[in-house]
Design a protein around this ligand. Structure first.
Ligand code: GDP
Ligand code: IMO
Ligand code: MG
Length: 431
């Protein structure tokens, strides 16, 4: 049985949530393997809108197991609120269909405070534009071996020792930033309270998933963010604090890399980015405004306006290679309806030299200007198209050109936010 990894192949918000929800019909288990509630995934099912941040996007479908893997950083207070919100929309969430890895690090209130204090203290040009949700500081604590993990909630003495270890680091740091010291007793009490709500979901996820795999169950690994926000391969330091590329799926849940049969990259038919950092094809003109308006490009998590630009094939070719993407899901094709001419970045000009990838050095990235190829647009509507036959000839040409330039085939096409406005070309779960 095939297991599929879904990753964003640009700067996030490619439409991963919609596609994971759509694909989850074919899966038994849906497992988030990194990121936290910095993610915002919007699902639209028969007109009903679900906004997910920490919960896997398969949770809305009944009869599936949803898993939060150890590669995630988890804000337990946020999760409980999100569960309540989604339950109020009629979705059943119980320890039978949601499991949280016991070795998942917890985002504490102090992480969010540190994240926001650093952003506020940063001068213009050095801000990252984070979501302010404590993601970076929590991953720092994980790697610094001072995180509090889900399993620590079960034993009072361990929990207290873990809190002391964390505060030994955080209190001096807070002093330097002018934030008051953490109230140790208050934090322990808060954790002891939330423990009662979180622990019923805690499980040895690595074991459960290995057993599922042996039993021939299909696993869908759900990534958050996008490859250009990857801590190693993204536009550093304007990135998130985790590995988001497909290689992370295995370590993020505790399963061997050989269990992954297919990597599906989610790719928007143009480019967006929220937060600071380089964006070679960014449009600050009417075309950019039009993409943002037609695509409703406002962040699901922070409500910030997303920056918009033309499709960057050079970047997507690069991220397809880094994640070993077997096929892409091209989303939001309908947003391009009505443009006279479309531009695609095929390479960069760096000091007069043609470069077919984005260089790593920040100064070189800044000097890269896109080399564009122009294509005729289409005036017909593709919104809601459910088969190739419904697409205008120029839209098909655009999709075909994207495939050639990124050197990767299109497996799925998405033409509206609705679950079923999706065209299947190749089934990623096919053996
Ligand atoms: P994610 O973070 O990758 O899950 O993406 P988001 O949910 O943050 O942003 C994608 C937005 O585009 C959501 O509001 C989706 O409902 C919407 N969307 C997804 N696919 C399509 C599509 O094919 N066409 C249009 N117009 N909207 C889409
Ligand atoms: P989904 O899963 C788009 C961006 C932030 C900021 C940078 C670091 O919805 O695609 P962080 O809070 O992670 O430390 O912020 O990363 N960012 C995202 N941008 N989509 C996301 O998730 C993002 N998650 C983080 O805007 O630039
Ligand atoms: Mg999003």
């Amino acid at each position: 049985m095939a297991n599929v990894v879904v990753v964003g192949a640009q700067w996030g918000d490619e439409g991963k949530g919609k596609i994971v929800d759509w694909l989850s019909e074919r899966a038994d288990v849906i497992a988030r393997f990194q990121g936290g509630h910095n993610a915002g995934h919007t699902l639209v099912i028969d007109g009903k809108v679900y906004k997910l941040h920490a919960l896997p996007s398969g949770v809305v479908r009944g009869g599936k197991l949803s898993v939060i893997g150890n590669g995630v950083v988890l804000d337990p207070w946020h999760l409980i609120k999100e569960i309540e919100t989604i339950r109020a929309q009629g979705v059943e969430i119980t320890p039978e269909n949601l499991m949280i890895a016991e070795n998942t690090p917890l985002i504490l209130p102090l992480h969010g405070e540190l994240d926001r204090a650093r952003e506020e203290a940063a001068s213009a040009g050095t801000k990252i534009g984070t979501t302010g949700r404590g993601i970076g500081p929590c991953y720092e604590d994980k790697v610094g071996r001072r995180a509090i993990r889900v399993a620590d909630l079960a034993d009072k003495a361990t929990l207290e020792a873990r809190v002391d270890r964390a505060l030994q680091h955080h209190n001096p740091l807070r002093k330097g930033l002018g934030i008051e010291e953490v109230d140790r007793a208050g934090l322990i009490e808060l954790l002891a309270e939330i423990a009662k709500e979180i622990l019923p979901y805690a499980a040895p996820v690595w074991k459960v998933l290995n057993e599922k795999r042996k039993a021939g169950k299909r696993i869908l690994f759900e990534g958050a963010q996008g490859s250009l926000l990857d801590i190693d391969f993204g536009t550093y330091p304007y990135v998130t604090s985790s590995n988001v590329i497909a290689g992370q799926a295995a370590t993020g849940v505790g399963i061997g890399p050989g269990s992954i049969d297919y990597v599906l990259g989610i790719v928007k038919a143009y480019t967006t980015r929220v937060g600071e950092g380089p964006f070679p094809t960014e449009l600050l003109d009417d075309d950019g405004e039009r993409l943002g308006t037609r695509g409703h490009e406002f962040g699901t998590t922070t409500g910030r306006k997303r920056r918009c630009g033309w499709f960057d094939a050079a970047l997507v070719r690069q991220t397809c290679a880094i994640s070993g993407i077997n096929g892409i899901s091209l989303t939001k094709l309908d947003v391009l309806d009505g443009f006279e001419t479309l531009k695609i970045c095929v390479a960069y000009d760096l000091d007069g030299q043609r470069l077919d990838y984005l260089p790593t050095a920040a100064d070189e990235q800044a000097r890269c200007t896109p080399i564009y190829e122009e294509m005729p647009g289409w005036q017909e509507s593709t919104e809601g198209a459910r088969s190739w036959a419904d697409l205008p000839a120029n839209a098909i040409k655009y999709v075909k050109r994207v495939e050639e330039l990124i050197e990767c085939p299109v497996a799925l096409l998405s033409t509206s936010p609705e679950r079923d406005d999706t065209i299947l070309v190749t089934d990623p779960f096919a053996d």
